[in-house]
Design a protein around this ligand. Sequence first.
Ligand code: RB5
Length: 154
Amino acid sequence: MTTMPKTIFIGSDHAGLELKAMLAAHAAAAGHTVVDLGPSEAKSVDYPDFAKAVCAKVLKTPGSAGILVCGTGIGMSMAANRIPGIRAALCVNEYLARMTRLHNDANVLCLGERVIGQGLAASIADVFLDTAFEGGRHQRRVDLIETCCPALDA
Ligand code: RB5
């Protein structure tokens, strides 16, 4: 199903470890280059550290994508979206994955291991990685994401 192989940076916290491993294997089998930024063991860690590591790599690697997994996906998406240039989308179905690529040019997919099963997660990741940004009017809106917050202080 993969149309264009990508470099994918993937990370989790302890609560997302199993789903991360499955998604890394799934994406590699689909032809993507997968870089696992940890953790590699189940001891308790802090999700913002791994969000930061994955997002830094995504920003430095044009055309790449990030996948972040925690228990709910919420903490990862909150942390990732604090980083300028990152558009992280927490998805619970394929429709959201498709629309956030088409309209938001999301560059990081967030998933919750305690929320969805592995089969659905793999399917969401496939759609996210295989859907291209539509551009056009959506580019203007995506650009506004980066500039709208300072305007609130004016
Ligand atoms: C860890 O217990 C949990 O809080 C974390 O994985 C995540 O769900 C936070 O949003």
